[in-house]
Design a protein around this ligand. Structure first.
Ligand SMILES: O=P(O)(O)OC[C@H]1O[C@](O)(CO)[C@@H](O)[C@@H]1O
Length: 540
């Protein structure tokens, strides 16, 4: 039996032993549990004491990470090795936030000078737009910026710019258009004036159907307003790793911001893809975001696994996914500003680890990435928390909150905190039968109804959750938080033996849609419809 097999076996045994143990008893028996199962990394604090674990489990999980080669793969990633082997690419989003004097080699070249040069170009542009020295074609100020992109070219900038809304100062208003459903672009344009609007067309490939279609709609709108292609182009910039395609679409070099093929779409917000973020909150805040991520990178590279936040989150996720059979993982930000975090993490996690084939092409032997879902916490409480507390599935949760809010409404922020803390406690402790009986006994209900109600009002508890806490949702804390999840997903991919950096599973639908579109453009079907496609054709 290999080391790995024996570790999995011991973890299975541990699960059987812990299955009958209640976390509230573990807590009661060990007053040091919270202190021992929590840690600070930079601006982030993680409480992982409300998990179905003990010291031996944690030690086994860390050994699993070690035996799976997490440290070696991590070092290979940071060193620019070609770890995305199915696309023949290095994975170097960490170089985008590395120190300016760092040296990170990719195919023998240090990539840091080009990263820093592109950041400088971004800085000049951002500063000029915010200061009003770059203006629209008619000399008017740019008051609104529309980011046109999808997936990684949308979700990261959209999530971050919403999270950092209080840092906008006199920055322009931001709008995001991703969906090829034309209503999104129409509704957005209805609010805007061409002379004050800048469009950022963000696409790594500069070939994505949705983005190119939306860019064309925006450009038509500008052309109608200005009647001149040159003026139209003054209101557009491109962000891409395909400079050639941007050039073919008429974008001048000084209106094209670049990133590289070693930056995966879902890992790209740290690059020029973050232009909308930087325009909104200013370059100083964008650099703080990078700094926060760098701090987490350093922690990930240097902390022992037992005190390594991304590694701990990763192995806890693996523990529930593979040993306890949890199919989903909930992300519950107690922060309206983080309302887009679950959607962002869906792409980060599910596009990375939704795989059924190992690096060598053989089928995986265990389950891989869970379904990631969630909503801001208090809204979720009045919607789906019923299932978290009394449903039949175990749903591990991440509960996130800032100690300080960013409004003057301190009392309301305290309510938010109270809810976040109470839910973690309710999930863990549940309600004992004695507590419930005492509550019901104090009511005026008859004994028959009491018995029935007792069953329905039982809270079993013993439901796992992590709490991720930060002083305030600052650019630096947010940078660390995003990098934390990136590295968590990476570690899990290594443990499952999969390539977390390709996304072949999205291709088939795209290919088929092209064929269907051609048929829809051609027209009607003859005879009885034999498929949905035929039926739609004949129904139109
Ligand atoms: O930036 P692009 O090339 O337009 O791609 C957008 C998104 O599409 C995907 O390739 C999936 O279809 C994502 O990985 C990517 O973030």
């Amino acid at each position: 039996m290999t080391d790995l097999q024996s570790l999995w076996q011991r973890l299975q045994q541990k699960q059987q032993a812990l299955n009958g143990v209640h976390m509230r008893d573990q807590y009661a028996a060990d007053p040091t549990r919270f202190a021992r199962y929590s840690l600070q990394a930079g601006e982030l604090f993680l409480d992982y004491s409300k998990n179905r674990i003990d010291d031996e489990t944690l030690a086994l999980l860390c050994q699993l990470a070690e035996a799976s080669g997490v440290a070696e793969k991590r070092d290979a990633m940071f060193a620019g090795e070609e770890i995305n082997h199915t696309e023949g690419r290095a994975v170097l989003h960490t170089a985008l936030r590395a120190a300016p004097d760092a040296c990170v080699e990719c195919e023998g070249n240090n990539v840091i000078p080009q990263v820093q040069a592109e950041l400088q170009r971004l800085e000049h542009f951002v500063t000029a737009v915010r200061a009003g020295s770059i203006r629209g074609a008619t000399g008017e100020l740019i008051t609104d910026v529309v980011n046109i992109g999808i997936g990684g070219s949308d979700l990261g900038p959209a999530m971050v710019s919403e999270a950092l809304r209080p840092y906008r100062g006199n920055g322009p208003n931001l709008h995001f258009v991703s969906n090829v459903d034309p209503v999104q672009m129409s509704d957005t344009l209805a609010e805007l004036k061409p002379q004050n609007t800048l469009f950022i067309i963000v696409s790594k490939t500069f070939a994505t159907q949705e983005t190119m279609a939306n860019a064309a709609l925006a450009q038509d709108w500008l052309l109608v307003a200005f009647g001149s292609r040159d003026q139209m182009l003054q209101h557009c910039v491109a962000v891409t790793s395909n400079a050639q395609a941007a050039g073919d679409h008429g974008f001048a070099q000084d209106r094209t911001f670049l990133f590289w093929d070693w930056v995966g779409g879902r890992y790209s917000l740290w690059s020029s893809v973050g232009l909308s973020i930087a325009l909104s909150v200013g370059m100083g805040n964008f650099r703080k975001l990078l700094e926060g991520a760098r701090e987490m990178d350093e922690h990930f590279r240097s902390a022992p696994f037992s005190h390594n936040m991304p590694v701990l989150l990763a192995v806890l996720g693996v523990w529930y996914r593979n040993v306890w059979g949890a199919g989903t993982h909930a992300v519950l930000p107690y922060s309206q500003r983080l309302s887009r975090l679950p959607a962002y993490l869906q792409q980060l996690d599910m596009e990375s680890n939704g795989k059924c084939v190992k690096m060598d092409g053989s089928a995986v032997e265990s389950a891989t990435g869970p379904v990631i879902w969630g909503e801001p916490g208090t809204n979720g409480q009045h919607a789906f928390y019923q299932l978290l507390h009394q449903g039949t599935d175990m749903v591990p949760c991440d509960i996130l909150f800032a100690l300080e809010g960013d409004t003057a409404h301190v009392a309301e922020h305290r309510m938010l905190l109270a809810n976040a803390i109470a839910q973690g406690e309710a999930l863990m402790c549940g309600k004992t039968d004695e507590q419930l009986q005492a509550e019901l006994a104090a009511s005026s209900l008859e004994s028959e109804s009491l018995e029935l109600l007792q069953a329905h009002r039982r809270f079993p508890g013993n439901k796992p959750s992590n709490a991720l806490v930060f002083q305030s949702l600052s650019p630096k804390a947010l940078g660390s938080l995003i990098a934390l999840y990136e590295h968590k997903v990476f570690c899990q991919g290594v443990i499952w033996g999969i390539n977390s950096f390709d996304q072949w599973g999205v291709e088939l639908g795209k290919q088929l849609a092209k064929g269907v579109l051609e048929k829809l453009n051609e027209g009607a079907v003859v005879g009885e419809p034999a498929s949905l496609q035929d039926w739609v054709l004949s129904a139109r």
